[in-house]
Design a protein around this ligand. Structure first.
Ligand code: DOR
Ligand code: ZN
Length: 420
């Protein structure tokens, strides 16, 4: 057997050392090495399956000043993320198969890693058309208003969820309760979109959704929301690593929906780490210029696709969480929820990997690849990958992109039509 690439001396999550032989983007064999075009020695590094970030806003189009598919996916790869799932609250929002296909074409031309695109959930959206055209999932579905997304009332939401269930689709939900007051500070923003309100909204959506629907809650920011969720639940690095007290009271960069909470709430969220299915970044970049307005009118959203796994890897190095829990929540579980072949260490697995050194460094926004050029995680401990393999090819080595490997991951609606 010849191979495209062999990863030598990989320490598997079980602790066993092995060589991973890759051909045509797939793990062929785990054990002894064979001859290969390229070899990577993994000694001194921890090898993780590539992460699947199931919640990113790659912007582009008329919002390309914030981010585009090239910079956004460069940022992903540099952070060990090899598949991203784009949210449909673009301008215009993705509500028809034509818009979905155009979005996929834009990504095919510019992306440097795997990608999928979700369908927008609004009353007049062509849900069936988008499902057949390859939407990965439906949502994020706004059960409350947010940047570039209007909230749906319970009736409408129930009706849309029933239609998505009939298609066999996965629905992802942004659940919050929002008061009318325009907040002037991060603490007021936290009260205006309270943790208790979020948990209540999660309970309400859980109750009105059809019994067997594939339901996923985005960015739970409190332990109560995690516990209230039916289906699967996601948490973000910003709700795990940041609280609003870490910023000046009116720092618009830290304005995000759901809001950053207080320190006690942040710690409580960690206490239900085991119940969190997925960590996803909700990478939602805005420029510093756009953030440079009074707090009341500043857009919500922060960048984070590149720093997600590095922050978690620093927590692994500090022995706060286990390596296997990070692999589960950033790679295996999201792949399983979405129905994407998993990346990993068994023959037949998708050959997406990232190699992390032992040393902990600190986040320096000037070294990141997102277009917006800033990070709310500046100065926090992190471990960045030195080598990233995407689709069985060496895509990123010590800061340099070597090869762009865009690959579209269609959802189940499209796949079932192909198999007919
Ligand atoms: O803070 C947020 N920003 N929350 C969202 O739900 C949307 C996002 C965005 O697209 O900017
Ligand atoms: Zn959201």
């Amino acid at each position: 057997m010849t191979a495209d690439i062999v990863l030598r001396n990989v320490t598997l999550p079980t602790g066993r050392r092995a060589d991973i032989v890759v051909a045509n983007g797939i793990v062929r064999h785990v054990g002894a090495p064979v001859r290969a075009d390229e070899t990577i020695d993994c000694r001194g590094h921890t090898c993780l399956p590539g992460a699947v970030d199931m919640h990113v806003h790659m912007r582009g189009g008329v919002q390309a000043q914030k981010e585009d598919w090239h910079t956004g996916t460069m940022s992903a790869v540099a952070g060990g993320v090899t598949v991203v799932v784009d949210q449909p609250n673009t301008i215009p929002p993705i509500t028809t198969p034509e818009l979905l296909r155009a979005r996929i074409c834009e990504a095919e031309e510019e992306a440097v890693c795997g990608f999928a695109v979700n369908a927008g959930v609004v009353p007049d959206a062509d849900l069936t058309g988008m499902w057949d055209a390859g939407a990965m999932a439906f949502g994020e579905t706004f059960a409350a208003p947010s940047s570039y997304g209007e909230g749906l009332d319970p009736e409408t939401l129930k009706e849309l969820l029933t239609r998505i269930h009939a298609l066999g689709g996965l629905v992802t939900v942004h659940a919050e309760e929002v008061s009318d007051r325009a907040p002037a500070t991060l603490a007021e923003h936290d009260s205006a979109r309270s943790g208790a309100g979020e948990a209540q909204a999660v309970r309400a959506v859980s109750a009105l959704a059809p019994a067997e629907i594939r339901l996923h809650f985005c960015h739970a920011s409190t332990a109560a929301s995690v516990r209230a969720a039916r289906g699967t639940v996601e948490a973000t690095p910003h709700h795990l690593f940041l609280s609003h007290g870490m910023f000046d009271a009116d720092d618009t960069r830290a304005r995000v929906n759901p809001p950053l909470r207080d320190e006690e709430t942040r710690r409580e969220l960690w206490s239900c780490w085991d119940r969190i299915d997925v960590v996803a970044s909700d990478h939602a970049p805005h420029t510093l210029h756009e953030k440079g307005v009074p707090f009341e009118t500043a857009p919500s959203g922060i960048p984070g696709v590149e720093t997600m796994v590095p922050l978690l890897m620093a927590a692994v190095r500090r022995r706060r969480i286990t390596l296997i829990s990070v692999i589960e929540k950033t790679s295996w579980k999201p792949a399983a929820i979405l129905g994407i072949q998993r990346a990993g260490f068994e023959p037949g697995d998708r050959a997406d990997f990232a190699l992390y050194p032992d040393e902990i460094t600190r986040i320096d926004a000037s070294c990141l690849h997102a277009k917006c050029g800033w990070s709310p995680f500046e100065g926090l401990e992190a471990v960045f990958p030195e080598e990233v393999v995407v689709g069985g090819a060496r895509a990123y080595t010590c800061g340099d992109l070597r090869e762009a490997r865009p690959a579209w991951y269609p959802g189940q609606g499209y796949l079932s039509l192909q198999n007919k």
